[in-house]
Design a protein around this ligand. Structure first.
Ligand code: CTP
Length: 403
């Protein structure tokens, strides 16, 4: 069974030459087990016959708000659907969607729909790049609609460029991916996840500290994705500007590595999964001064004696029960996989998330990250640069495979 089986899809077809692909698209949807109802604008009916689509979808095609003396209930249609797919979406229809104009059945259903809306633009390349079209695309994305990007190639005008409606197979993939993600949302129900995040600040005196650039964004993204999948989170967060506000994310704010260790040990026993995303300072000043350290006259140098901080991950690794999962992070500049593998066995991790420092947009303080997951026996899984929220999904998918 695939993720489209039993799904109710409304296909809205507008007047672009790509409307001819609708026949293939409806066939693929039906083959995937979806139930399909087709809506067409008047101009779409000049490109493909409603009879073709009625036959393939096994449902009457709706082309107007009123058909003879029968009224098409757009509200009911909007509530019936699990997804509304507008393919092809012309520049004209996108402009109406962006502006809330409702002069045909398709736009009426669009405004009434409570389900996710996908739109697959199909038009000539100059229309696609026009600032008004691009502004409308941004507006539609801002309303939460999902874009299936047009593809590049030969266009009906004879010009070559971007603007061709995505192939029906690609629209099917976008839909299946969406529903698959939806199905997995409660996959961590009943699970408690401990996450350490952010930097630690190790005091030198009351006004100075040793710290690092960690923002805590990766840990926050993980926490948000865990609760989206139905789990509960204990987030032990080092000094960070981030605010976290969710009833299922319990935040314990800490400052030093010792405080982080105490909080992590406290919550580890109740945790099914622990993810060590914090950038813990490996050393702390041996004696933090109680008063601000003053420079002495003529003083040119200063030495701060440091002592090792406890390794939080390794401490939890030693206490780990058989059914607990422990995941670590590593940032390596040399022999990354070999070094990460060593840490894996040393600290008792089930796998390690290897961060890249060399990639633009990855690591500290960015909203994106590029990671490689390193498992026992040097097995690796590489990912592209993506948002930290999407990286969090990849990490949770790997955890769920172990579960
Ligand atoms: N970690 C921890 N406590 C520490 C140091 C690290 O819990 N005192 C955790 C981090 O949260 C991360 C993993 O251990 O999940 C790896 O940290 P890293 O600093 O890369 O490794 P180290 O073991 O400190 O080795 P090195 O500094 O030599 O790279």
């Amino acid at each position: 069974m695939n993720s489209l089986t039993g799904k109710k899809i409304i296909l809205g077809i507008t007047g672009s030459i790509a409307a001819y692909k609708a026949a293939f698209f409806v066939r693929l949807l039906i083959k995937s087990g979806a139930e399909v109802k087709v809506l067409m604008t008047q101009s779409a009916t000049t490109f493909i016959a409603p009879l073709t689509l009625a036959t393939l979808s096994k449902n009457p095609v709706i082309t107007g708000i009123a058909d003879g003396d029968e009224w098409s209930n757009h509200v009911e249609l909007g509530l019936w659907a699990d997804a509304l797919v507008i393919a092809p979406a012309t520049a004209n229809t996108m402009a109406k969607m962006a502006g809330g104009i409702c002069d045909n059945i398709l736009n009426a259903v669009y405004l009434s729909a409570r389900c996710p809306v996908f739109f697959a633009p199909g038009m000539d390349l100059d229309m696609w790049v026009h600032p008004s079209t691009q502004e409308n695309v941004q507006k539609l994305l801002g309303y939460g609609n999902i874009l299936v990007e047009p593809e590049s190639g030969e266009l009906a005008s004879g010009l070559v460029g971007k603007g061709r409606m995505a192939e029906p197979e690609h629209i099917i993939t976008a839909l299946s991916d969406f529903f698959r993600k939806e199905e997995t949302t409660q996959s961590l129900a009943g699970k408690t996840v401990l996450i350490t995040a952010g930097p630690t600040y190790e005091p030198i005196d009351p006004v100075r500290f040793i710290g690092n650039h960690s923002s805590g964004k990766m840990g926050k993204a993980l926490a948000e994705k865990v609760v989206a999948r139905g789990g509960k989170v204990h987030l032990v967060l080092g000094p960070s500007k981030l605010t976290v506000d969710h009833p299922d994310i319990r935040v314990t704010k800490v400052s030093t590595a010792l405080e982080m260790l105490a909080a992590a040990e406290k919550y580890f026993a109740q945790a099914d999964i622990a993810i060590m995303a914090a950038a813990v300072a490996d050393f702390r000043p041996k004696n933090a001064a109680t008063e601000k350290i003053k420079k002495k006259a003529g003083q040119e140098e200063m030495t701060i004696e440091l002592v090792k901080n406890p390794d939080i991950a390794a401490t939890l690794g030693q206490k780990k029960r058989k059914n607990q999962i422990l995941v670590g992070f590593a940032l390596e500049t040399e022999n990354p996989v070999a070094n990460a593998s060593r840490k894996l066995s040393k600290k008792g991790f089930d796998f390690i998330v290897l961060n890249s420092l060399k990639d633009e947009g990855a690591g500290f303080n960015h909203d994106t990250n590029r990671v490689t997951l390193v498992f026992e026996g040097n097995k690796t899984k590489e990912f592209q640069l993506k948002s930290k929220l999407d990286v969090a999904d990849d990490i949770l998918d790997a955890i769920e495979q172990i579960l």
